[in-house]
Write a protein that binds this ligand. Sequence first.
Ligand code: DCP
Length: 130
Amino acid sequence: MPVPEPALVVAGALVENGRLLLARRASPPELAGLWELPGGKVDPGETPEDALVRELREELGIEVTVGEPVGVDVALSATLTLRAYAVTRFAGTATALEHEALRWVDAADLRGVDLVPADAAWLPDLAALL
Ligand code: DCP
């Protein structure tokens, strides 16, 4: 039997004036209260870039341009892989439409933030953007 490719979750790194946008998850219970790069699952037939544009519109109410991947892909499980992309441009004011809160962090703040475990793998890559 062929082994299916893992499904992809995409997340966006938005930087403005030396600060990175983080979003605090409301669910599931084991991730609630932890900070992440906002994003979500790629739908069937959708490109990862299109999925990230859609997710950031739904979650933050902004229109983004997606750039290159940031850091390495992270395995969330046998069936789910997580990838971050740099957001090179965005329009609008980011608003927590689906998260508990948003926060813009500088390099010093980033070191002290409680990130979801998967996103912590990108810390050096994210710090390099600031
Ligand atoms: N995830 C993560 N780090 C991120 C974004 C997501 O570790 N920066 C993880 C959390 C979940 C999975 O990826 O285990 C899917 O993320 P979401 O729940 O945010 O994605 P969706 O909103 O698309 O999921 P659903 O369809 O379940 O609502």
